[in-house]
Ligand binder design. Structure first.
Ligand code: IPD
Length: 266
């Protein structure tokens, strides 16, 4: 029987909300770096691992035939054709510093290749603010009980744009250089440290556009669906070394924004 996106979303929201409460409790108890990953500033905390383990167990109980792809543990194959894509704490550095901008991100996709998969449902929870963003394919996007939609900026020059930087210092410098070539053509730039929330903010009209090169599937799977279902123009098809350029923009400025990014050499 085909999976119902609305039911999948209800499960994602239930698990992400509980996982967010766990992460918030762990944050209040105090957080330390457990290990580093791709560079000395790419950290993982014990909470990242515990929250992912919690989500994984809940999903295995509810949907034993589905595959799993998470940031902090090994992927596992399934039999149903569906994959759960999980970032237990997106914005780990914010989490470490107790900046209340980090999120639990859970998406479920059809297929297992980020190049071709179709996201069916996604939920991004910011536990510090009690905000729950959610979307299912064809079902629109919401923030709590409210339907959200992308903004309608008059011009690119008056648009508020966000970006993000990777953990590798050389890559980060190149990204910042590209950002310098963008900043003069927009209202201003934000770098708030959690890609999933940046994408949700484009969906909620709190940002007019966002781009970041170098994202992993778990960073954007849920947020990209939420932004797209809110009416933003979203792309994630430019891949280098397995990592993607993800863009999301209000429809009115999307073509001009894409052209600006190309000129800036993003
Ligand atoms: C990171 C955040 C950050 C983005 C990085 C991501 P993590 O995810 O989303 O905003 O700039 O590219 O890796 O490591 O906190 O899950």
């Amino acid at each position: 029987m085909a999976a119902d996106p609305t039911e999948l979303l209800a499960l994602a929201v239930d698990i992400a909300t509980a996982a967010g409460e766990l992460a918030l409790r762990r944050r209040r108890e105090g957080v330390e770096v457990a290990a580093t990953k791709s560079s000395i500033v790419d950290v993982v905390t014990a909470a990242d691992r515990d929250v992912e383990a919690y989500i994984r167990v809940r999903l295995a109980q509810a949907r034993p035939g589905d595959a799993f792809l998470g940031e902090e543990s090994d992927a596992s194959a399934g039999t149903s054709g569906l994959t759960w894509v999980v970032d237990p704490i997106d914005g780990t550095v914010n989490y470490l510093y107790d900046i209340p901008r980090w999120a639990v991100s859970i998406a479920v996709v059809e297929g297992d290749d980020p190049a071709t998969w179709r996201a069916l449902a996604g939920c991004v929870v910011n536990p510090s603010l009690g905000e729950v963003f959610a979307a299912s394919i064809g079902g629109g996007a919401s923030l709590g009980a409210r339907t959200i939609s992308a903004s309608e900026p008059a011009t690119l020059g008056t648009s508020l744009v966000a970006t993000g930087f990777g953990y590798d210092a050389a890559i980060r410098v190149a990204q910042a250089e590209a950002a310098v070539r963008v900043i003069g053509s927009v209202r201003d730039l934000r770098r708030a440290g959690a890609a999933a929330l940046d994408l949700c903010d484009v969906g909620a009209g709190r940002l007019d556009a966002y781009w970041e090169r170098g994202l992993a599937p778990w960073d954007f799977a849920a947020g990209a669906l939420i932004a797209a279902e809110a009416g933003a123009v979203v792309s994630a098809d430019d891949v280098r070394d397995g990592r993607r350029l993800v863009t999301a923009a209000a429809p009115a400025i999307a073509p001009e924004f894409a052209a600006l990014l190309r000129r800036a050499g993003v």
